[in-house]
Design a protein around this ligand. Structure first.
Ligand code: MRU
Length: 347
């Protein structure tokens, strides 16, 4: 297999981000030198995917405080909080953003006794830790998923919960890469994922690049493939899983889960524990991002709908937990009743 693609790199004290807006044509890395650069990279989706947003926010917080000059800890904390509040406004649905920022702020609070330089170093180390932990987590998610899959299966995935949404392996794609190492062969179908085409531009790209047998389909073909017996299991990622197991993920995920139940196909959600938000009881509480009309009305700069047409463009939907066969985390697979069992993995 060719080397794993890196969606982000911390090199020579600079954060480089792979510009996903240019994929699949060009692999271009751009330096992000200021916290505003990081904010715009997240908001404008130069990078995306819940875990990667969290990792980037960790580095972003460090970038936002690295030029602070005060030795006063309270003033230092004020600045840290200000940067965290600013980055928290970049996107609303992926809880990993808030999780990473909270973790960075909590770390900063413990640094009172250190010199300013040591505080900054400790925060950079924390960001690096969030980054490297994600790789270990995704590998474990993949191993756990492999335990419920078999060689030769056909899998369907939606959006991009791949390497390009994480540090390495992806969540939903992790077993697909591990299977390659094991000499197993999965046939993977990737939904194109309108309107932003994460499936076509990113998942199809990274899986093909990684030597995985991947076939691209339009979103509205998935039900037909299921009816033809072409899909053995569906695996998606998530932006937020709440206490009762309801799961926010890319728009279109819920329809797949409902179809999967109809056709008796297992539907797995692959998530690192930082994507689980037990502070919310049901999916109704999850903030759902709405994005610009142009994502729906135009196609790479070409207008494809009448000028001025009304558009509704929710970026995520919420799959009711009753349609989810299992929530696969790095700590194991959680099965219903989710309300009871999700709590247990945090004990
Ligand atoms: O809008 P995006 O591209 O950030 O949405 C990404 C998804 O919906 C992913 O499935 C999710 O974040 C999980 S990534 C491991």
């Amino acid at each position: 297999m060719s080397e794993f693609i890196k969606p982000l790199e911390w090199k020579d004290e600079v954060l480089y981000i792979l510009n996903q807006l240019k994929l699949p044509e060009v692999e271009e890395y751009n330096p992000k030198l200021t916290v505003e650069d990081v904010f715009h990279a997240i908001r404008d989706m130069e990078l995306r995917g819940a875990p990667l947003i969290g990792i980037t926010a960790g580095y972003g917080l460090y970038i936002g405080i690295k030029d602070i000059t005060t030795e006063d800890h309270d003033l230092f904390m004020e600045q840290v909080q200000k940067v965290a509040d600013y980055l928290a406004e970049s996107r609303p649905t992926a809880v990993n953003l808030f999780w990473a920022l909270d973790r960075m702020v909590a770390k900063a609070k413990t640094l009172k006794e250190l010199s300013l330089e040591d505080k900054k170093k400790a925060l950079l180390d924390e960001a690096k830790e969030i980054h490297s932990e994600d790789e270990t987590i995704n590998r474990a998610i993949g191993d756990n998923l492999i335990s419920v899959l078999k060689d030769g299966m056909s899998l369907l995935t939606h959006c991009n919960a791949g390497i390009l949404a994480t540090s390495k392996y992806g969540t939903a794609t992790s077993p697909m890469y591990i299977a390659k190492e094991m000499g197993w062969n999965f046939k993977v179908y990737a939904d194109e994922t309108r309107p932003y085409l994460q499936g076509a531009r990113l998942t199809a790209y990274e899986l093909a690049r990684g030597g995985v047998d991947v076939t691209l389909i339009c979103d509205n073909m998935a039900g037909f493939l299921m009816s033809q017996g072409k899909i053995d299991a569906i695996i998606t990622g998530a932006d937020r899983v709440v206490a009762n197991g309801d799961t926010a993920n890319k728009i279109g995920t819920m329809s797949l889960a409902i179809l999967a139940k109809h056709f008796n196909i297992p539907f797995y959600v692959a998530v690192p524990t930082p994507t689980i938000d037990l502070t919310m009881k049901t999916g109704k509480e999850i903030p759902i991002e709405e994005r610009g009309h142009e994502e729906v009305t135009s196609w790479f700069g070409k207008q494809i709908a009448p000028q001025g047409i009304n558009v509704y463009n929710p970026a995520f939907d919420v799959t009711p937990s009753e349609f989810i066969t299992g929530i696969v985390t790095e700590k194991g697979i959680v099965y219903p009743p989710y309300e009871e069992n999700l709590k247990k993995i945090f004990i």
